[in-house]
Design a protein around this ligand. Structure first.
Ligand code: SF4
Ligand code: SF4
Length: 372
């Protein structure tokens, strides 16, 4: 297991964590087995957004006696409607009751990350952030009930405002290959890194559609203008490729694939045993033709480099440093075994890159930017 820093919280979180949404309704024994196996494998971050009492009781039982090994991400504003379905509220009093219910059913007195739940349209963002649920979240943080404040959503524009507001420590946002070219997404990820906001990637398989056999798949295009996008699948896609793509993106602290049983948990954790060839997602992404020509996707399909430069990593650090070269980015660059100055301009990487990246020119820029 690899551990990464969750933004300004400074906590070290498992890079591949667990989403629990598919554990809703499974037998208690199964839920407990999945949680315990995940903890045994080193997973220490769990997103637990459902507010249904039976789910909370099941999770409470699963984490009992092992609560101290886990960081739990609960959601402020998650509720249950009259039909017992998951719902949401913006009423602070109702949200408060559900948090008290959370603490009771999880046998705990704190929530590690308290996400402002599922915020997308501008009006909703304004309502929550201007004296609404945000005030309640801040109060919980002051009292120690919440250790950190997060926000979950699917819309680039409002997520970016949250990141830049200074109020949130963590952002939970969909990141997957199907949404690679969403306008503004790249800037959002870089903003998380710049503002030291931990980034939790949800929907790693685009709700399962990336793994489906169908040749043509329609996936939600998140909400950067809304709508859906149809992708032509010419190649099978594996969970390992989906996760490798996300872990290569700037700013990502952890990702939370939903798992319903031990098999699905093993499939996500299989990443740690996968070879570099199995992780290579470049052909899949290139086949979607939903990328910006000339923009690096950090896949390292262009390796090997005779100067042993980690080209994807140098490009990622160059992009992060474009706005501001801070100490963390410099430290990451300085730690590289070989850097942009070692480029001998052989050009072999450019021949192998499926995305038309001008690597030599970028290495020159990186060498100049990071020069001491
Ligand atoms: S230069 Fe091309 S092949 Fe190399 S990491 Fe970037 S996108 Fe991938
Ligand atoms: S052009 Fe530079 S970065 Fe690319 S493979 Fe050759 S030495 Fe490595």
């Amino acid at each position: 297991m690899e551990f990464r820093t969750l933004g300004r919280t400074g906590w070290r979180v498992s890079a591949i964590s667990v989403g629990t949404e598919y554990l809703l309704g499974v037998p208690q024994e199964q839920a407990t087995r999945v949680i315990h196996e995940a903890l045994d494998r080193g997973v220490n971050y769990f997103d637990v957004f459902w507010a249904q009492p039976e789910f909370r009781d099941a999770m409470g039982a699963a984490f009992r006696r092992r609560r101290h090994e886990a960081m739990l991400a609960g959601h402020l504003g998650a509720t249950v409607d009259a039909n017992g379905q998951g719902s949401r509220t913006r009423d602070p009093e109702e949200a408060r009751r559900y948090i008290e219910d959370f603490l009771r059913r999880y046998h705990t007195d704190y929530i590690d990350v308290l996400h402002l739940h599922n915020i997308d349209p501008q009006e909703d963002y304004d309502r929550v952030m201007q004296g609404g649920l945000l005030d309640l979240a801040l109060k919980y943080k002051e009292e120690g009930v919440a250790r950190a404040i997060g926000l979950s959503g699917h819309t680039v524009s409002t997520a970016l405002q949250a990141v830049e507001s200074g109020h949130i420590d963590v952002l939970m946002f969909p990141i997957n290959m199907a949404g690679h070219a969403i306008p503004g997404k790249r800037q959002l990820l870089e903003a998380c890194a710049r503002h030291n906001v931990g980034l939790v990637a949800m929907k790693p398989y685009a709700g399962g559609t990336l793994l489906m056999r169908e040749r043509t798949i329609t996936v939600e295009n998140f909400r950067a203008g809304g709508g859906e996008v149809t992708l032509e699948k010419t190649l099978p896609i594996t969970p390992v490729q989906c996760l490798a793509y996300i872990l290569a993106q700037p700013g990502v602290s952890t990702l939370v694939p939903g798992v319903k049983d031990l098999e699905e948990l093993a499939a996500s954790q299989a990443y740690w045993q996968a070879s570099e060839a199995e992780k290579d997602y470049s052909e899949v992404l290139a086949s979607f033709q939903k990328y910006n020509e000339g923009e690096c996707v950090y896949c390292n399909h262009c390796l090997p480099c005779p100067s042993v430069i980690d080209i994807g990593q140098v490009n990622r650090l160059l992009d992060l440093a474009a706005d501001r070269l801070d100490d963390d980015v410099r430290a990451a660059y300085d730690a590289l075994e070989a850097n942009a100055e070692d480029c001998i301009q052989c050009g072999s990487c450019e021949e192998r890159c499926p995305f038309g990246v001008a690597v030599i020119e970028r290495m020159e820029r990186a060498a100049e930017l990071f020069a001491r």
